[in-house]
Design a protein around this ligand. Sequence first.
Ligand SMILES: [Zn+2]
Length: 89
Amino acid sequence: MICEYGMETYRFTCHHCDHTWTIEYQVRYATDSEGSPWTFHYREGSPAASPVAGTIVCDHCRHTHVGAHLDARRYLPARQPDIEPSTPN
Ligand SMILES: [Zn+2]
């Protein structure tokens, strides 16, 4: 399994009230034994729903019709112990 770590910044736009905001995620990119890519998102070290899963709620109007746009992505050279899963090797 190949693991890489990165940071992704998403810009969200509410299609109901036009409120926009950004959230920075810690991301783990993995490839399973079949070669399929998996992406795991974390916020402040805790697992988070994918920003594009459609589960984001607008802070202003509580509407769920929110668009997500990937603003920035950077890969981290070192492993991030705080988001390392507790799977034994
Ligand atoms: Zn809104």
